[in-house]
Design a protein around this ligand. Sequence first.
Ligand code: SF4
Length: 221
Amino acid sequence: MDKPLETFREGRLNQLKKALARNNFEPYVVSGAGAARTLVLEQLLPKMMEEEHVKSASFGGSMTLVHSGIYEGIKALGGLEVLDTYDTSIPRYEVLNLRRKALLSDVFLTSANAITEDGRLVNLDGTGNRVAALAFGPRFVIVVAGRNKVVPDLDAAFARVRNHAAPVNSMRLDRKTPCVKTLRCENCTSPERICNTWSITEKAWPKNRIKVILVDQELGF
Ligand code: SF4
């Protein structure tokens, strides 16, 4: 067989796609970040704008959206009111107000900290805006996740988030938390702690409200 590793990875992502569909998510598998960007900007959003009258978009914290070019692409798309919660030029209180307004946007884009092989999304938030939007508020949610987010089960998801995603994010945000030094979660009491609210999205409701794009590439943390 040519390319056994690629065939294996693609097969695993397609198994996960079926598990996500069983849980009422609308899943997709794409080959890389460019294909994810094309799917979002040239297919999903235009269709949602035309058929579902989607008029506004916003974001939950996600380096995947930035690194894939989806964040910049949406701002350049036209026809959408974009609530730019990543804008570092505006004061903190205005960012928090934008995050509140984002909960009523028509479409909310984000990633996941982990996705279990049986098709559940696992996230841990500091502010809570991302897990809130996943649960309720925006009419549609698009989750873009690299293959590095896929884990066997919930225990592995919790371990991935505590001992990988959260410490790396603490480093990215220059937080004074112990995990920055020990490189694993110390369940800290630091005022700069970024870990406050867990969510496990077992199933999408209504069906297909949450679209999950699995990317056959390592993306984000
Ligand atoms: S709880 Fe504290 S130590 Fe643990 S990952 Fe979060 S910020 Fe780091």
